[in-house]
Design a protein around this ligand. Structure first.
Ligand SMILES: *Cc1c(COP(=O)(O)O)cnc(C)c1O
Length: 331
């Protein structure tokens, strides 16, 4: 039987991370509510410490380590929000964190993680090379690997976001969740449906390289070609040996919506101009799905603005209407 994360795991996670993460506000969006004719609430998780929800899972996983594991430290391969979160949570608890990345990672991303106090290891030319270095460090130095999504304590930590949502909007008919590896979607769906079984939980992701969607369609984890996208935090595979998030997304998600790059750019622009919020592509997909008319449920909806760590030069281009050429160049 596949393992699953339950409401009680998520409640335990909330106790563990209390005081280490922010309880972020949920606000009514007047512009989106007017447009669709029912209340639309925005969960402002991009205001979380480190700029994304990933701090919830990282903090929970670190808090759940044994004293002996804490003395060894943690390691991950991540260039983005998971790396930042792990670095921050480890520093707060005074434990060692090593983040592995490839030579191709831009300096600004590298510096952001280094500033948070992590040790950086630069190896090879791909994410696979970085992951091999992680495994080497686990073997040689006994560091504890904490992956970005397919781990029970990470999923339970992300689930605390779902508990807050259903407390803040108890009459939610649908919750739209940005979807990549599915740690966020699994945790949020377990929490939301644990408290409110009839609320729909819908994954939203980019059409370019949507690994979880392709896997759900195939009935098993599959690989897809990774393509550059404005929603860069949603890139990457789910792992052919996925243990938890594939099964949970299959069992708990009511639907998955796919978006074009133009639709994602429109979401970022709307967040900025109408909501006065700066969000990264992954954080804009809920707004984008609603604006594109791809959400079929009526009644109060909650959209998770999951992160804000976008390159500001890119953000400027997008709000000036220059997005597609930027994506082409990134390729
Ligand atoms: C990681 C991330 C996601 C996707 O989370 P998964 O658990 O991998 O599905 C969405 N938005 C942001 C900002 C992220 O950093």
């Amino acid at each position: 039987m596949t393992r699953t994360i339950t409401l009680s795991d998520i409640r335990a996670a909330r106790e563990r991370i209390a005081g280490k993460v922010e309880r972020t506000p949920t606000v009514l969006s007047h512009s989106l509510s007017d447009r669709v004719g029912h209340p639309v609430h925005l969960k402002l998780e991009h205001h979380q410490t480190t700029g994304a929800f990933k701090l919830r899972g990282a903090s929970n996983a670190i808090a759940a380590l044994s004293p002996e594991e804490r003395s060894r430290g943690v390691v991950a391969a991540s260039t983005g929000n998971h790396g930042r979160a792990l670095a921050h949570a480890a520093r707060l608890d005074g434990i060692r964190a090593v983040i592995c990345m490839s030579r191709l990672v831009p300096d600004n991303k590298l510096d952001a993680i280094r500033r948070l106090g992590a040790e950086i290891r630069i190896v090879g030319n791909s994410q696979d090379d970085a992951q091999k270095e992680v495994e080497k460090l686990v073997g040689e130095q006994g560091l504890v690997m904490l992956p970005p999504f397919d781990h029970p304590d990470i999923i339970a930590g992300q689930g605390t976001l779902g508990l807050e949502i259903i407390e803040q909007v108890p009459d939610a008919v649908s919750v739209l969740v940005p979807l990549s590896g599915g740690g966020l979607a699994s945790g949020v769906a377990a929490a939301v449906k644990g408290v409110s079984p009839n609320t729909k939980v819908i994954g939203v992701t980019m059409a370019r390289g949507a690994a979880m969607k392709a896997s759900l369609d195939a009935g098993r984890p599959v690989e897809v070609e990774e393509l550059p996208t404005l929603a860069d935090s949603l890139g990457g595979g789910i792992g052919l040996d996925n243990r938890l998030t594939f099964g949970m997304c299959r069992d708990l998600l009511d639907d998955v919506i796919l978006l074009s790059e133009d639709e994602i750019a429109t979401g970022i622009r709307h967040a900025y101009e109408q909501e006065r919020e700066i969000v990264e592509g992954a954080g804009a997909v809920g707004i984008a799905a609603l604006l594109a008319g791809k959400v079929k449920t009526a009644g109060p909806a909650v959209l998770i603005l999951s992160g804000r760590n976008i390159d500001m030069a890119l953000h400027r281009q997008i709000v000036c209407g220059e997005a597609p050429s930027t994506v082409e160049r990134a390729a």
